[in-house]
Write a protein that binds this ligand. Structure first.
Ligand code: PLP
Length: 377
């Protein structure tokens, strides 16, 4: 019975052009990957600063694992609350300018934990309709009353804030949107926060490390809580949440996704601090990324493509799901990996090619990509 259901659903996904069958990556080397023996130029990673493919950082990670062992072997709440991790969390809180910080094994787990734990029945969660799937999962598990507002439309957010008496209200958004690639208008967001006094939760997964002074993100001062991941600009895996005093203790006591899971290993915390040092020293790398991203955006627009993206994530509008899949496959056959984001990752009928630029990309890569895209579209 179950087998039939699984088969039928997969078949339907195929018919709708929504089936997912990611290519197997045999090897990765900087901005290139190998797929079926072919060297392919990738625009599909979130390795924005190139740290995820840095031999230096990998060597540091190896050194720390050798010294500290391979596992925390316990939940944070049992015997996994290592001093190394607590110290690293303090370093992260200080760097990003928040009172406290806590590490999680993944950004998905972090969003799930904070949103489902901190908010509950009787609260109102107002959220941008394009927030990440992990935020959607977290808010829907919270029990709070949910009100979505149109993507990055802060006029609509204000309408939501004005409506009714929203006593315990929080707003959830991203600062650099993972699929659309556009930026939260932070000044306006801050003004609304002052006016309506909501609690802010901003996912800065794609901004931390890259945007703001020395990669400190763009939402500091307009949010209470911010989330970052180690798996994007910081070149590792896992996540960190920056928060006010007292909230960490609350999560340690009430957040089951944190309580009932093995802690990240101590070596990871040491590696995270190394990655943060590289982020701090990364002004030149950020400048390269900014230039290459601007160049990609401008070239695509000049060529007549419909493009959105204010920074290093650029989405090329495709619309139809089947077209997006076909374009992505045709690009692959020309040696380029570009992710076709389709429903439910993006709304139905609004499929995109989602490009992640990195500081490893060069000007010639942009030409290679745009020429290939022109050919296949
Ligand atoms: C905006 C956003 N938040 C959270 C996550 C989840 O982070 P992680 O990959 O560490 O689970 C992602 C993507 O992976 C993301 O794009």
């Amino acid at each position: 019975m179950f087998d039939k259901r699984f088969r039928d659903r997969l078949k339907l996904r195929q018919l709708e052009g929504l089936h997912r069958n990611p290519p197997v990556i045999e090897k990765r080397d900087g901005r290139f990957v190998t797929i079926r023996g072919q060297k392919v130029l990738s625009f599909a990673s979130n390795d924005y600063l190139g740290l995820g493919s840095s031999h230096h950082l990998a060597a540091q990670v190896g050194k720390h694992f050798k010294a500290e062992g391979s596992s925390a072997s316990s939940s944070r709440l049992v015997a996994g609350n290592y001093q190394t991790i607590c110290r690293a969390e303090k370093i992260f809180a200080d760097y990003f300018g928040y009172e406290d910080a806590i590490f999680f094994s993944s950004g998905f787990q972090a969003n799930l934990a904070i949103l489902s734990t901190l908010f509950e029945k009787g609260d109102t969660l107002i959220f941008d309709k394009h927030v990440h799937a992990s935020c959607v999962k977290g808010i829907s598990l919270s029990g709070a009353s949910l009100k979505g507002y149109r993507h990055n439309n802060l006029g609509h957010l204000e309408k939501r804030l004005e409506a009714g008496i929203l006593e315990n209200k929080a707003v959830v958004t991203e600062s650099l949107f993972s699929m659309d690639g556009d930026l939260l208008p932070v000044k306006r967001f801050g003004d609304l926060k002052k006016k309506y006094g909501f609690y802010g939760v901003v996912d800065e997964a794609h901004a931390f490390g890259v945007l703001g002074d020395k990669g400190r993100g763009i939402a500091h001062g307009v949010t209470d809580i911010a989330l970052g991941t180690f798996g994007k600009a910081l070149g590792l895996f896992g996540a960190f949440v920056l928060l006010p005093y007292g909230v960490k203790e609350y999560l340690m006591n009430f957040a089951s996704p944190l309580i009932y899971t093995t802690s990240l290993p101590q070596a990871h915390a040491l590696a995270a601090v190394d990655a943060l040092e590289l982020v701090e020293q990364g002004d030149n790398v950020r400048k390269t990324l900014k230039d290459v991203s601007a160049s990609m955006g401008e070239t695509l627009i000049r060529e007549g493509f419909q493009v959105v993206g204010d920074a290093h994530i650029i989405s090329v509008l495709m619309g139809d799901e089947k077209k997006a899949t076909q374009v992505s496959q045709d690009l692959l056959s020309r040696g380029i990996l570009a992710f076709s984001a389709r429903f439910p990752t993006v709304p139905l009928g609004k499929a995109i090619l989602r490009l992640g630029l990195t500081a490893l990309h060069r000007e010639e890569d942009i030409q290679t990509f745009v020429n290939a895209l022109r050919e296949v579209v």
